[in-house]
Design a protein around this ligand. Structure first.
Ligand code: PMP
Length: 409
């Protein structure tokens, strides 16, 4: 269960910022790390550090066991059929770029369509823009409903027989919206397209089952799910990955190298050129153990409750606009807002003066900002270590900011 004790596992949260106990509400940007993850990485470097897949010596074997052991933890975490379908990369951005550059280049032709939505992170827009330009393909956007949700009617209206790729965020990093990616995958498949899921904000907060979603690719980042930076995952269906060419060439990913021609290792290693992020994988494995022990269902419930409490309390502040679905059950623990007459950067600065860390800006989603008709917003994002007391501190800070700017203008 989630209670106040959880916070004790996160040493960074036990500090003062500008004379106030820290309230960290920026987990959608990156989450904090529990001592279990920090210790696992420290132990790896102190006891087992070596390169993987080649050492005949004991340390090399131990490092390989830890690295491949982490892959099995990821497989189990997302319910992939096999570890061959789990590729370790730098993060969501790298994973989506790999799909665009490898699968996309081989399968998208002139006049074909790539379908995304207005609520995508830049990492799930630009790789497709580049691919569309290169191949002479058409990039199409699924319209959003007024409350920032996606309806299957609009999905059906956008996907056609020319659609080759549909790529969609599972949980929006701005609106918190949880999208019906399973149903969208079904529609994509009916038209012979593949379904790519940007799971960066989903993997930390929901139980992921890639077989149940029946998506073709699923990308996520370790650092948003209490793991370290520098490690992320691309899940892909084995038959698709097998048919794809690597995009990074060099050590570790080869089978045989001749003077003018080379062959690749089997899955998943053919996509992991160079020395991999070994300590990162170890840290991600420890993060998965931690989240699994707490229970993803408990985390999801906690987030709905945090969103509900925050939206309820924040709605008492006059002039405060919250974006995205009104029903907290339709969103993860992300609340994006603006306060009339106050620039979100100024708001975030005043909150920081009171020890409350929120994000302000375009949140790497400029097309969505355009859709919302704003240049920027403030965003509070909650995770398993946040409590109602943190929301109360946010609301106190917002009231102080409101008073402060009333005098300034
Ligand atoms: N997609 C979404 C929805 C995100 O929130 C983020 C991170 N803000 C990314 C993609 C990119 O993740 P990363 O920077 O870890 O590659």
């Amino acid at each position: 269960m989630i209670n106040k004790e959880i916070k004790k596992h996160f040493p960074i949260l036990n500090q003062e910022i500008n004379g106030h106990p820290l309230v960290y509400l920026d987990s959608a940007a990156t989450s904090q790390k529990p001592v279990q993850v920090i210790e696992a990485m420290k132990a790896y470097y102190e006891l087992d550090n070596s390169n993987v897949h080649r050492g005949v010596h004991t340390l090399g074997n131990r490092a390989t066991e830890k690295y491949e052991g982490a892959r099995e933890k990821v497989r189990n975490f997302i319910n992939a059929r096999s570890t061959e379908e789990v590729i370790f990369l730098r993060g969501t951005t790298t994973a989506i770029n790999l799909v665009a550059q490898s699968y996309g280049r081989a399968n998208v032709e002139e006049g074909d369509e790539i379908v995304i939505t207005y609520m995508e992170h830049h990492s799930n827009i630009i790789p497709w823009q580049q691919l569309a330009k290169e191949r002479g393909a058409v990039l199409k956007y699924i319209e959003l409903e007024e409350d920032g949700t996606i309806s299957l009617e609009q999905v059906r209206a956008a996907i056609t027989e020319r659609t080759k790729i549909v790529s969609m965020v599972y949980v929006s990093n701005v609106l918190g919206t949880m999208n019906p990616v399973k149903e969208v995958a079904e529609i994509a498949h009916q038209h012979g397209a593949v379904m790519v899921v940007d799971g960066a904000q989903a993997a930390p907060h929901l139980k992921i089952d890639v077989q149940e979603l029946n998506c073709d690719f699923f990308a996520f980042s370790g650092h948003k799910m209490v793991g370290p930076t520098g490690i992320g995952v691309l899940y892909g269906k084995k038959e698709l990955l097998n048919a794809m060419e690597p995009v990074e060439f060099g050590g570790e990913m080869i089978d045989f190298v001749g003077l003018y021609d080379s062959t690749w290792k089997e899955l998943p290693w053919k996509f992991e050129g160079g020395t991999p992020i070994i300590a990162g994988a170890v840290g991600l494995g420890a993060a998965i153990d931690f989240l699994t022990e707490v229970g993803l269902n408990n985390i999801e419930r906690h987030e709905h409750e945090m969103a509900a409490y925050a939206m309820d309390r924040m709605s008492t502040i006059e002039g405060l606009n919250i974006y995205g679905p009104a029903d907290p059950e339709q969103r993860a623990g992300i609340v994006t807002f603006n306060l009339d007459g106050v620039h979100p950067h100024d708001l975030a600065t005043v909150l920081d003066m009171h020890g409350v860390a929120v994000r302000a800006g375009h949140h790497c989603a400029q097309p969505l900002m355009k859709w919302l008709d704003v240049t920027a917003t403030a965003r509070a994002s909650f995770y398993l270590y946040n409590s109602e007391a943190d929301v109360d501190r946010l609301v106190d800070g917002l009231r102080i900011a409101k008073e402060y700017f009333k005098d300034v203008f």
